[in-house]
Design a protein around this ligand. Structure first.
Ligand SMILES: Nc1ncnc2c1ncn2[C@@H]1O[C@H](COP(=O)(O)OP(=O)(O)OP(=O)(O)O)[C@@H](O)[C@H]1O
Ligand SMILES: [Mg+2]
Length: 294
């Protein structure tokens, strides 16, 4: 069953019901995206819930998630469609004797010989889907240009077949880590959502939701320490994903406090660069209380 939320609050509640705690403008922008039929460009540092938002929307809206993971060199054949050459060849071989080339040609460029990749799948789906174009900044500008037709008109042109228009309107999310600046043309077609590291209170809720077994006092200390660590000038500041991992690790270890010893032992769950480890141990570790004598 697909859902069509009638207000921002309803959508926010829906996201919470599937385990995603929206902050700031998240629910508002998602609501507008669903209602206006505009794609959303979600930007922000690693691990702040960009991909997860698309998954949560798909779950809550009751729409299938179609995901295109981008990478350098991604092309149309892997993102849009490809002709199924083997099947075409087989058809040519079976028909070669009787029919002329014209007849065979008409035949082998039909939908039956098309391999749909995520973008075509999303556009041609009978049921409305959530389309996640993940890490769009990893592709090159040619790929972005190709996406423009899709994002503004929700259609794809296949030379041999003609235009394929969307049967239903997908909710589209594009995510980016900002590894390169995206083109103005792309940005113009999208709504924009900036996801940042969460506030202490918001992160506390997220951590508690993912690790309800962790005592509240420890969870609070955890998010406060993580916030301190993020203040430092690190190569890679810890993300929400790492806070959640840390909480799980502390539950497993049965930690009842984050003192200097616990911090030192588990630091590598949240900090993952040699030089960062030293900085954090020195600047944050020493500010924690020494371990209590048993
Ligand atoms: N608002 C939130 N509510 C609940 N869980 C969240 C929230 N934000 C992030 N998380 C959790 O944090 C983890 C990381 O999120 P996600 O993978 O979406 O990050 P990302 O922004 O896509 O990162 P990357 O840029 O590295 O791909 C997920 O496991 C998700 O469960
Ligand atoms: Mg992601």
């Amino acid at each position: 069953m697909t859902r069509d939320p009638s207000s921002v609050d309803e959508l926010a509640e829906g996201l919470r019901s599937v385990g995603y705690l929206p902050a700031g403008e998240t629910a508002l922008v998602s609501f507008l995206a669903a209602r206006l039929g505009k794609p959303v460009l979600v930007e922000g540092p690693a691990g702040v819930g960009k991909t997860e938002l698309a998954k949560a929307l798909s779950k809550y809206l009751g729409r299938e998630l179609v995901r295109l993971q981008c990478y350098e060199g991604l092309d149309e054949a892997k993102s849009l469609y490809e002709w199924n050459y083997r099947k075409q060849l087989l058809r040519i071989q079976t028909e070669a004797g009787d029919a002329g080339w014209d007849a065979v040609q008409d035949d082998i460029f039909g939908e039956e010989f098309l391999l749909a990749r995520p973008l075509l799948t999303a556009i041609s789906s009978k049921q409305p889907v959530v389309l996640l174009i993940d890490e769009i900044d990893k592709t090159d500008q040619e790929f972005e240009a190709m996406l423009l037709e899709l994002l503004s008109d929700f259609q794809i042109t296949i030379p041999e077949l003609g235009r394929i228009e969307a049967r239903t309107h997908p909710v589209v999310l594009l995510t980016s880590n900002n590894s390169r600046e995206l083109t103005e043309a792309l940005k113009r077609r999208c709504l924009y959502l900036w996801l940042d590291y969460p506030s202490v209170e918001h992160e506390l809720q997220i951590v508690r939701m993912h690790s309800p077994e962790l005592p509240e006092t420890v969870a609070r200390k955890l998010v406060e320490v993580v916030a301190m660590v993020r203040e430092l000038d690190l190569k890679k500041p810890p993300s929400i994903a790492e806070s959640i991992d840390w909480a799980r690790a502390l539950v497993l270890l049965g930690a009842e406090d984050i003192d200097q010893a616990t911090f030192r032992e588990t630091l590598s769950v949240i900090v993952k660069h040699r030089t960062d480890l030293d900085t954090v141990a020195e600047r944050v570790g020493l500010r924690l209380e020494p371990a209590r004598a048993a």
